[in-house]
Design a protein around this ligand. Sequence first.
Ligand code: GLU
Length: 502
Amino acid sequence: MNKRVRVRFAPSPTGGLHLGGVRTVLYNYLFAKQQGGDFIVRIEDTDQNRFVPGAEAYIFDTLAWCGLVPDESPVHGGPFAPYRQSERKENYRQYAEQLVKNGFAYYAFDTPEELETKRAQVPNFQYSHATRSGMCNSLTLSEAETADKRKGPYVIRIKMPESETVRFTDMIRGEVSFNTAQVDDKVLLKADGMPTYHLAVVVDDYLMKISHAFRGEEWLPSAPVHLLLWKYLGWETDMPQWAHLPLILKPDGNGKLSKRDGDRLGFPVFAMDWTDPRTNETTVGFRERGFLPEAFVNLLALLGWNDGTDSELFTLEELVQKFSMERVHRAGAKFDFEKAKWFNHEWIRKVPVDHYRQQVQLLLEQNGITIQDQAVLEKVLQLVKDRCTFLTDFVQQTSFFFRTPDSIDSAAIKPKWDSTKNLFFTELIRAWQLSTLWEATDLEKEFKELAATNQLKPGELMLPFRIMLVGGKFGPGVFDIAAIIGKEETVHRIQHTLKLLA
Ligand code: GLU
């Protein structure tokens, strides 16, 4: 019988979530949902030195923003709780001891100072089959000495075979094999009684009945240790199927994309803003940069996968249907911020404006603009959304609907300004003041008729009119703008500019 599909995202809460991390979540999620399985989030916080306050909450906020809701997690609960490894501390020792008993691991008593000295003396020192016989451990000490030493601090290390080939089939890479000769004797249980990542990840994947383990390619070198642990603990038949996801590369393809690349090249690398509590330094996120979660999820899915056609725009539901591990590329995926912008622009146009109305309202409020009428805001968003790449663009693209522009680029009108045009706008004001209709089509008709009467081409009048209403050379259709801001404000803006031009 096939095992129930259970996948896990197992982050260490050490900082903001890099887009590669969110993509790992996404692929886990898509696979689980497609197979009708469970998506578990397990917090791997056994390294107390690397613990960063706020990092776990940040992870869950990111998942909520992306709409990737876990079935089980420290926050959502579940039958295998607790889901925070620090709260499972008592689980691990027995397995480490079992490994020692069966000859697959050993106690090591070398003090941090002794190890330091060793590293200083021997270049590239590794605690391994080649060196362990010269170190202080249960393999070199007598039973009595070992028992005595165990009263003090010690760690448990895996006894890596001197030269053995370890193989597994990766869902993305196919057959992968390693020789254990180069792999060191990793610590499994630390002096403080906490497991290291290597032991904890295997024990918990087993106890939580994980069927598939998808993680970043950077974990591939750890795979032989994990494979041997599955074997040594006698759980080989329960081992999850592995998939090591390709790296997300710098735009030029030269190495893994890092937070520093983002800072250097001016684009976000984290999902949301992250303020490091140790340095107070804030790294900008996709969310605050003005990305829609729909776009973020979509662009991440396509960083290393496609559905085999030219289609690129997918909702989360569509991705659940179409996703397949077989189509995940083996090679790293270059991150292209221009492409990321394209996705966001498309999604801003695609989703109903109601999805982001409140967010834009908040942005406008931060810029001193209060919205009185939601229906007007909605109409305005509808008019300008094609012009926005980021949600933050809405501020510039909509402010003039709600507030008289601070400055008018009259210098852009002046070179082609003359008395006939001045007369035209003066007459326009008079006509519109009497007008009872205030729809865009009526305004356009009157404007054009008056232009014809004055023997002027409407084309020559449009740009000055736009600048009068907007302040500069941008924005949607001028008559739409006039219709929304109303008669009084339209007349006021024209009069104001005419004074500037006089
Ligand atoms: N705790 C590891 C991390 O921080 C998880 C690696 C894995 O999924 O095995 O990414």
